[in-house]
Each structure stands twice: as structure tokens, then as C-alpha cells.
Write a protein that binds this ligand. Structure first.
Ligand SMILES: Cc1cc2nc3c(=O)[nH]c(=O)nc-3n(C[C@H](O)[C@H](O)[C@H](O)COP(=O)(O)O)c2cc1C
Length: 220
């Protein structure tokens, strides 16, 4: 499965089976976390068989059922965009390993997550992880022309980038980002909304996978 198919297959899953994640898969996820923490200065931590944050022993918590594994997305207080950009790399790796995920900002018990956070760091969000009882379903999406300056004259790589960006998860499916292409430069912006910067980091990672990093450069 290539990255485009992986992005298409990924949907938020909130209902999990009581099936532990195998040791080799945990090791692969941990290796990716170590890389992300090194490259981006984050402090992401993997928790497995920890039912409290989603009260997995009770029938239902928030919208979640049976979730007992998650990534705790810890990092510097102002690292929202990096949390999105690097967290989505972990999400797509999980998808590749046959696991399901869901970004979670609100509907979990923050006080039950035993994170290790250094001075200046905080727990931004968690990403639920495990074997889904289902694969979720495709979200409703805005049109690419609403979220970018895409037109008939746009290069093929920009079209592919936008196709990938539209598949990105966003908080409450808000899709508040905007991508503007001029020659081989792309500027990505977001409105100042709830988790807008994190959404932007996620969408930028998707865009790069779709467009191909060799075809353009980001402009501030
Ligand atoms: C930053 C962020 C925070 C989110 N927070 C929650 C949450 O607290 N609870 C929840 O059930 N889903 C949460 N979601 C999942 C979104 O609702 C979901 O990604 C969106 O509806 C699109 O659906 P999809 O992920 O299936 O494509 C969050 C997603 C993102 C990106």
C-alpha cells in the first residue's frame, strides 16, 4: 500500500478490540517515536495496556470504547504545528502496521495520563491507538477550490497535494487551512481557531506526501 492509499484508508476509529499490540509493532512505533523526538525536539510517549485515560474498563467514555493504547503528544508549549506534522507520521505508520488511530484533544481523561513532561513542555493531545472494531469512515470534505487557489492551470503536483491535504484529520472536521501555490512555492495558512495550528501541521504533512517534496518549497 503506498502513502496515498494509506491516507485514503485512515479514518478516526473510536471503538477498539481488546487485542494487545504485538511486541514487534510496539518496537517499530517506539523507533519512530525516538526519531520524531530527536528530529523535532518533542517528548512523545507510547502507552500500552493503560485503560484509564479512556476508561476502557467501563462500557463507554466520551465517544470511545475499549481504547487502552495511545501516544501522549508531549512537547514544548508552543509546538502545536510540529505536534501535528510529526504526530501524523506516527498515525500513518500505525495505519501501515494494520492499527487504527484517532487524534484526541478533549474526550479523554488528561489527569489519568502519567506523562513525563519537562519544564516548558505540556501534554498537547493524545492519539488513541489499537485494533479497531471497525475501520471508521470517510469524513465529509470541503472542495479543494475552497481551501486553495487550485485551478485548471495548477500543476499536477499541487492537485495531488490538495487531494492528500483534504484527507487529513482536523479537529471537529473543521478544515480551516488554506494552501496557495505560486510557481514552485506554496504558502500554507490557517485561521486562528481551536487546534488550527495542529490541524495545519497534519495537513502540511499530507500535502507533502501527495505533492512530493521535490516539487515545491514552503514559503512563510
Ligand atoms: C487536533 C485534533 C483533535 C481532535 N480531538 C478529538 C476529540 O477530542 N474527540 C474525538 O472524538 N475526536 C477528535 N478528533 C478527531 C476528528 O473529529 C476527526 O479527525 C475528524 O472528524 C475527521 O475525521 P477522520 O479523522 O475520520 O478523517 C480530533 C482531531 C484532530 C486533528
Amino acid at each position: 500500500m503506498d502513502q496515498m492509499e494509506r491516507m485514503r484508508a485512515r479514518h478516526s476509529v473510536r471503538n477498539y478490540l481488546n487485542q494487545p499490540i504485538e511486541e514487534e509493532k510496539r518496537a517499530a512505533l517506539q523507533a519512530a517515536i525516538d526519531r520524531v523526538n530527536r528530529d523535532a525536539g518533542l517528548h512523545v510517549q507510547l502507552f500500552t495496556e493503560e485503560p484509564e485515560a479512556f476508561d476502557a474498563n467501563a462500557p463507554h467514555y466520551g465517544q470511545f470504547k475499549g481504547c487502552r493504547n495511545y501516544f501522549a503528544m508531549v512537547g514544548p508549549k508552543d509546538a502545536d504545528e510540529a505536534i501535528g506534522y510529526y504526530g501524523e507520521q506516527l498515525v500513518l505508520l500505525a495505519q501501515e502496521l494494520g492499527l487504527n488511530t484517532c487524534w484526541v484533544a478533549l474526550t479523554f481523561k488528561k489527569g489519568k495520563v502519567k506523562v513525563d513532561a519537562d519544564k516548558g513542555e505540556k501534554l498537547h493531545v493524545v492519539i488513541a491507538l489499537g485494533y479497531g472494531a471497525d475501520q471508521g469512515r470517510a469524513h465529509k470534505s470541503k472542495d479543494a477550490t475552497e481551501l486553495s487557489n487550485l485551478s485548471d492551470a495548477s500543476p499536477a503536483w499541487f492537485r495531488r497535494g490538495m487531494e492528500a491535504a483534504l484527507l487529513a484529520p482536523t479537529a471537529v472536521n473543521q478544515q480551516k487551512f488554506y494552501f496557495e501555490q505560486k510557481g514552485d512555492r506554496v504558502r500554507a495558512r490557517t485561521k486562528l481557531t481551536f487546534y488550527g495550528k495542529m490541524d495545519l501541521g497534519i495537513a502540511k504533512y499530507h500535502f507533502e506526501l501527495g505533492a512530493g517534496k521535490e516539487n515545491f518549497t514552503w514559503e512563510d
